[in-house]
Write a protein that binds this ligand. Structure first.
Ligand SMILES: [Zn+2]
Length: 227
């Protein structure tokens, strides 16, 4: 989880409103407004205990006894903290005084560790993100941090891709954004169809990336990486 120093709750709330306006926000109830991490951990711990007991596991065993608490803390603090807009990354941007406008900025090979919201099982992926600076240039690691924030939720890859694109457009104040994600879904590997090698590719683009040469250049840039 991000340290509070690197977070911008106010920007987070604006991004939240923006995504709601676009119909791209993760479905959440009003409970989230009064979110209390300790309360959530206690509730999840109790329910995880029920799940393990229903499976017939002996929670008195020293190897199992701390699992409900461990899972609850993991959900809230480690793998689903991206539901909490207080944790939205601080996004330093500078004026585009260098007038960088000729070509886009492309950040590739960004790690995506997310969780399928249908099964709560790992999605392991790689993202490429591009934007064409207008008035502002974003610090490069901010692209990675925005990808990470929206990954740390129960997700479907299609929504994840759209949320990242919309958030970068909002933060960088440019319509010209493209996002491509290639993800391996462990719910497809380990259960259901049990296909070990298939991956899912998603792509979202707006502004100059919607069609034409910039779109082709972006997709070629992504392909050159994956080989
Ligand atoms: Zn799934």
């Amino acid at each position: 989880m991000e340290s509070k120093r690197k977070c911008d709750p106010e920007l987070g709330r604006k991004v939240n409103d923006y995504l709601i306006g676009l119909g791209l926000e993760t479905p959440m109830t009003g409970v989230r407004k009064d979110f209390d991490a300790e309360e959530a951990i206690a509730a999840i711990k109790g329910n995880m205990t029920n799940i393990m007991e229903a499976l017939g596991l002996d929670l008195k065993d020293d190897s199992l006894q701390d699992t409900p608490k461990r899972v609850a803390q993991m959900f809230v603090n480690e793998i689903f903290w991206g539901l909490d807009y207080d944790r939205f990354p601080k996004c330093t941007k500078i004026e585009n005084k260098m007038n960088y406008k000729g070509s886009f900025v492309l950040e590739r090979n960004i790690n995506v560790q997310s969780y399928c919201e249908h099964h709560f099982i790992v999605i392991d992926g790689v993202a490429s993100v591009a934007y064409l600076p207008d008035k502002y240039v974003l610090g490069l690691s901010k692209l990675n941090r925005i990808v990470q924030f929206f990954s740390k939720r129960p997700q479907v890859q299609e929504r994840l891709t759209e949320q990242i694109r919309a958030a970068i457009a909002f933060v960088a104040e440019t319509e010209d954004v493209a996002v491509q994600i290639d993800g391996a879904h462990f719910c497809v590997k380990s259960r259901g169809i049990q296909d070990l090698r298939s991956t899912t590719a998603t792509f979202s683009a707006s502004g100059v990336f919607s069609e034409g040469s910039q779109r082709q250049e972006f997709l070629a840039g992504c392909r050159s990486l994956m080989g």
